[in-house]
Design a protein around this ligand. Structure first.
Ligand code: ATP
Ligand code: MG
Length: 152
C-alpha cells in the first residue's frame, strides 16, 4: 500500500531543496486515495517527473504537482511545468532509453536519458499510463493515470 498523500509531503520537501528557490512550486493533494503498489518504484517514478520539471524549467518558472481522482475514478498524478516544452517531433520517442532532446536546453543539464524510460516501465507494472502533453515555449504536463483497481 502506497500512501500518496504522505508521499506528496516528502516529495514537496525534496522538490524545494532541488529547486533552491529558483521556481514557484505548488503541491495539490485533491484526494485521500492511496495506491496498491511498490513503494520504492512509485517514489522513483514520481520523483523522476518532478526532477525533470525542475531541471528543464528555467529560473522563475512554475511547477505544479497534483494527486487527484478523475471523473472516471482513475488516480491522476500530474506534474506541470512552464519550461521550454517538447517539440511534437520528439514526443513519440521521449520515453525511449537514452533519448534526449538535443539543443542548448539539454546540453548543460546533465542526465543520461533513462529517467522517462524507467517511469514508463514502472507505470506499466502498476496498470498506469504515462500521458505527456506539451506546447513548445509554454511548458509540459506529465501524467500518470492509474486504473481504478489500483486505488484504495
Ligand atoms: P536522466 O533522467 O536519466 O537523468 P534525462 O532527464 O535526460 O536524464 P529523461 O528523464 O528520460 O532523461 O528525459 C528525456 C529527455 O526529455 C530530456 O533529456 C529532455 O530533453 C526531455 N524532457 C524531459 N522532461 C522534460 C520537461 N519537463 N521539459 C522539457 N523537456 C523535458
Ligand atoms: Mg530525467
Amino acid at each position: 500500500e502506497f500512501d500518496v498523500k504522505a508521499e506528496m509531503a516528502s516529495l514537496k520537501i525534496d522538490a524545494e531543496a532541488l529547486s533552491a528557490g529558483r521556481h514557484k512550486i505548488i503541491f495539490d493533494v485533491l484526494t485521500d486515495t492511496a495506491l496498491y503498489g511498490e513503494r520504492r518504484e512509485l517514489h522513483s517514478a514520481f520523483s523522476n517527473l518532478i526532477s525533470n520539471a525542475i531541471r528543464y524549467t528555467p529560473e522563475g518558472g512554475q511547477i505544479t504537482v497534483s494527486w487527484s481522482l478523475s471523473p472516471s475514478r482513475h488516480g491522476i498524478f500530474s506534474v506541470t511545468d512552464t519550461g521550454p516544452g517538447i517539440d511534437a517531433v520528439h514526443l513519440p520517442r521521449i520515453t525511449e532509453r537514452f533519448y534526449r532532446v538535443d539543443g542548448s536546453r539539454s546540453r548543460d543539464t546533465g542526465g543520461t536519458g533513462l529517467g522517462l524510460a524507467i517511469v514508463k516501465h514502472i507505470a506499466t507494472r502498476h496498470n498506469a499510463q504515462l500521458l505527456i502533453t506539451s506546447v513548445v515555449g509554454e511548458g509540459s504536463t506529465f501524467k500518470l493515470r492509474f486504473a481504478p483497481e489500483r486505488l484504495i
